[in-house]
Write a protein that binds this ligand. Structure first.
Ligand code: SF4
Ligand code: ZN
Length: 310
């Protein structure tokens, strides 16, 4: 607010779009986000006729914006089907309300919704898993099991793509963590999806988090929801802090970092391929569940085994 008139129509602006430097009113800001997402989808070819897109819908603002945007951008493309998949991790005092938000958005948009709980998929809620002595990091366990549950549900639903609501900042945080962890294989792996996965797409991957949030506010998708009791304990939240203070003092850092990271990833993949080493970064099959895995066990089975005390 208070950033001068909209460069398109002169109405009071609500947003400053970092990538163009334009001040925009609410209506022109909405159009700008939609145009950029459309452009990402077209340039990358991430959505094609005949696709069934499973949208991971948590009920939080990012995934709500994603489902809302896709249902609008795809309304004239009957050859593309949308289905929402919501995973209920089982987090008391937090997930009940966000589940409700997810249900009502899917219903409002007329999008079929599939709900799977950790309890159904893995026999136990996240809360219950975390009461056991093995004590993995909550967000690691939550993330690994949620990705697995999403993949399985997407495949069962006949989806050809799995769309998640990651923004530019989420991608940059993950990239920074990969660099900080020195995990070269992971850097390459995120670039080449194993063929057994339902390929993941991130239509909001070029939109800054702040603009996703503002889009949610302007479109009435922003609900005052509780925060996860386990949030804030991860390396990720520190990575976020570092990136946002760099971005604040040196605008454009996030975009530049992601451009550099993408180039680096492609170069590393090419080098490994030339050396005939790409196999190492590639996928085999988990001995237990048959899902793609980099070792003998997939990450999900390894975690479940450690929780079972194996
Ligand atoms: Fe799961 Fe961590 Fe997110 Fe909570 S903050 S929902 S534990 S990933
Ligand atoms: Zn497995």
């Amino acid at each position: 607010a208070g950033v001068g008139p909209c460069v398109r129509c002169g109405a009071p602006a609500v947003a400053l779009v970092r990538s163009t430097g334009d001040h925009l009113c609410a209506a022109h800001f909405v159009a700008s986000v939609e145009r950029r997402v459309q452009e990402t989808i077209e340039r990358t070819g991430m959505i094609r006729d005949g696709d069934c897109i499973a949208v991971g819908l948590s009920g939080g603002k990012d995934s709500s914006v994603l489902l809302y945007l896709l249902s609008h951008l795809l309304r004239d493309r009957p050859a593309v089907r949308l289905v929402a998949i919501t995973i209920d991790e089982g987090i008391a005092g937090y997930r009940e309300e966000t589940m409700k938000a997810a249900r009502s958005l899917a219903a409002d948009l007329g999008v079929e919704q599939i709900v799977v709980s950790f309890e159904d998929a893995f026999g136990s809620s996240l809360d219950a898993f975390l009461r056991k002595p093995a004590d993995p990091h909550p967000c690691t366990l939550c993330g690994v099991l949620r990705r697995r549950a999403l993949q399985t549900a997407a495949r069962r639903a006949g989806a050809t793509k799995l769309a998640t609501g990651h923004s530019l900042d989420d991608e940059a945080e993950a990239a920074l963590m990969n660099v900080l962890n020195g995990d070269l294989k992971r850097i390459v792996r995120t670039g080449i999806p194993g063929d057994a996965f339902v390929p993941r797409i991130k239509p909001l991957g070029e939109v800054p988090e702040k603009e996703v949030t503002l889009y949610a506010v302007v479109q009435g998708l922003f609900l005052p929801l509780p925060e996860c009791p386990y949030a804030g304990r991860a390396l990720r939240s520190e990575a976020r802090g570092i990136l946002s203070s760099l971005e604040y003092r040196h605008p454009g850092t996030t975009v530049q970092f992601m451009e550099g990271y993408t180039t680096l990833r492609e170069e590393v993949a090419r080098c490994l391929e030339e050396k005939g080493d790409l196999e190492e970064g590639g996928f085999g099959r988990c001995e237990e569940c048959g899902e793609p895995a980099t070792g003998r066990r997939c990450q999900a089975c390894a975690l479940l085994a450690s929780l079972a005390g194996e």
